[in-house]
Design a protein around this ligand. Structure first.
Ligand SMILES: Nc1ncnc2c1ncn2[C@@H]1O[C@H](COP(=O)(O)OP(=O)(O)OP(=O)(O)O)[C@@H](O)[C@H]1O
Ligand SMILES: [Mg+2]
Length: 500
């Protein structure tokens, strides 16, 4: 074998006292690569912990424990002896695999050591200040959303750059019950605190609780969070204003194309488009605004039995109360520095799609003309409005916002429990990615394909994440980090319902 560079004798009896305050957790052994190495564990270290090792040429280098294995000399045959009650001497050792993260060079750039560590080097648990420096975690309190702290590091708060989120979009993905809506609530609180204008599409009516403070818990103290409500900064709109105790949300009927109306009614365009268009054109000639009742009256006056299904469907739409002579003005919905919740609880799916489509279109157009402030459009259950397969009337405009919104200061935040079922064009545009627990193999694959820098160990970890821990990457976070989400200031509206 060829002699390696820098082949000074390896200092195996490392003097740990030289590194004050550092906790030694093991010694590097076996084959050592530049991006990965293994060490025998002699201290307390867990999967996911950060470690640091002194490199003879590059100084201190940061790594992260990706996997830990227990190596033993107990063979399957010898387990029989244990079964028979005999004493069996077993040797075992823990071996940890570390993925090298790197070090900061004199210019502050993240670098990899281009020569492997020496075997026998001592591995230490990384210090908070070193982790922050190498990963590049900054306390950007002013322009950052405080979402929690680095998992198992209570002194490393994590802030997400709000500008990056609005300019380059966000995705929040996880299986049901993993904490997506809770975390979205945290983000919305931060938006409110920083004066960011936002609109949330809320299919389950979970977000009006942002008006009310949470009950104080020990976690609030730990995370330095104070319960509070945002009643003065939150407005709620709904097509069913009564059911959802909200301001009414209505659209102007005269701006709807007859074909769009037919799509909503699930009627055959070939049969009903012409009579519907005729009726609407006639009404438009005589007045600026008209109602569904006006259309029904006109169609009824034709006394044509073939039009009965059309009339019946129009009656249904009328009952939904989603259209009016004059719809809700967008500049009434969007207010600088405030959060508007579009509560769609109890609204049929086709009407929900219509709301998302109309609203997104209006926001995009008005933002282009700078008639409304820059804002974040948050969409819960996004697989319903922008499905990968099948159609939703809202998909097209959401794709446009995903690809062009950044030019106009219109950010998207996509939330879904089925990442594999959300339109890939839209998901791929989301730069800040937040992933909570995911177990479905299709969804894991979709995530593995779309998140850069995920190691095999991290993908395994995602399947076992406890509630409230998220993998975060993008924006100002340059590599995937596990973050323990902070408690809510406000009440969480999505509590699971107890059946018994
Ligand atoms: N960071 C957290 N800290 C404490 N509790 C949490 C946290 N995240 C979630 N929970 C709890 O877990 C439960 C489920 O969370 P949440 O409603 O956010 O799930 P979800 O991912 O939105 O689910 P679904 O897909 O069904 O909407 C809630 O009752 C909430 O109280
Ligand atoms: Mg939810």
């Amino acid at each position: 074998m060829e002699e390696v560079v820098n082949s000074a004798p390896v200092e195996l009896s490392y003097d740990a006292t030289k590194e004050k305050g550092l906790r030694r957790v093991g010694i590097i052994y076996g084959d050592v690569g530049t991006t990965q190495f293994t060490f025998s564990v002699s201290g307390v270290v867990e999967q996911g912990d950060y470690v640091q090792v002194l490199h003879e040429k590059f100084g201190w280098v940061l790594g992260r424990v990706d996997e830990i294995k227990r190596k033993t000399n107990l063979s399957i045959e010898r387990t029989k002896e244990i079964l028979m009650g005999n004493d069996v001497e077993v040797k075992e050792m823990l071996s940890a695999t570390v993925i090298v993260i790197g070090y900061r060079d004199s210019k502050g750039f993240l670098q990899y050591p281009r020569i492997p560590f020496r075997v026998g080097s001592v591995v230490y648990l990384a210090q908070d200040s070193f982790i922050k420096k190498v990963i590049g975690i900054e306390d950007i309190r002013e322009k950052g959303a405080y979402i929690g702290r680095l998992f198992r590091h209570k002194n490393i708060p994590i802030y997400l750059d709000i500008n990056a989120m609005v300019q380059k979009h966000v995705s929040i993905l996880a299986k049901t019950g993993a904490g997506k809506s809770y975390l979205t609530g945290v983000l919305l609180e931060e938006f409110l605190k920083h004066g960011v204008t936002a609109i949330v599409i809320d299919p389950h009516g979970e977000y009006p609780s942002l008006k009310f403070p949470a009950r104080k818990t020990k976690a609030h103290e730990e995370f330095k969070v104070r319960p509070r409500g945002y009643a003065t900064k939150v407005k709620v709109f709904s097509p069913d204003a009564q059911l959802n105790k909200a301001k009414p949300l209505k659209f102007t009927l005269s701006t709807m194309a007859p074909r769009e109306l037919l799509n909503l009614m699930n009627l055959d365009a070939r049969q009903y488009l012409i009579p519907l268009r005729k009726a609407m054109d006639l009404l438009k000639m005589s007045r600026k605004y008209f109602t569904i009742r006006d259309i029904i009256r006109l169609l009824e006056s034709e006394e044509n039995n073939n039009l009965a299904p059309l009339i019946a469907q129009l009656e249904y739409l009328d009952e939904m109360g989603i259209f009016d002579k004059r719809g809700t003005r967008i500049d009434e919905i969007v207010e600088r520095g405030k959060l508007s919740i579009i509560n769609l609880r109890g609204i049929p799916p086709d009407i929900q799609e219509l709301v998302v489509q109309r609203l997104s279109m209006a926001l995009f157009e008005l933002r282009k003309r700078e008639k409304i402030p820059p804002l974040m459009l948050v969409i819960e259950e996004a697989h319903n409005y922008a499905p990968q397969q099948g159609v939703s009337s809202a998909t097209k405009i959401l794709r446009t916002i995903a690809s062009e919104g950044r030019k106009f200061g219109l950010g998207l935040c996509i939330i879904s429990q089925r990442p594999a079922k959300v339109d890939k064009n839209i998901l791929s545009q989301c730069n800040t990615q937040i992933i909570l627990k995911v177990t479905n193999p299709h969804d894991l694959k979709a995530i593995g394909n779309s998140v850069e820098g995920l190691t095999r160990g991290s993908l395994e970890e995602i399947q076992r994440l406890p509630i409230g821990v998220a993998l975060v990457t993008g924006g100002n976070i340059s590599m995937p980090l596990f973050v323990e989400i902070r408690p809510r200031e406000t009440k969480h509206g999505g509590e699971s319902v107890k059946v018994i």
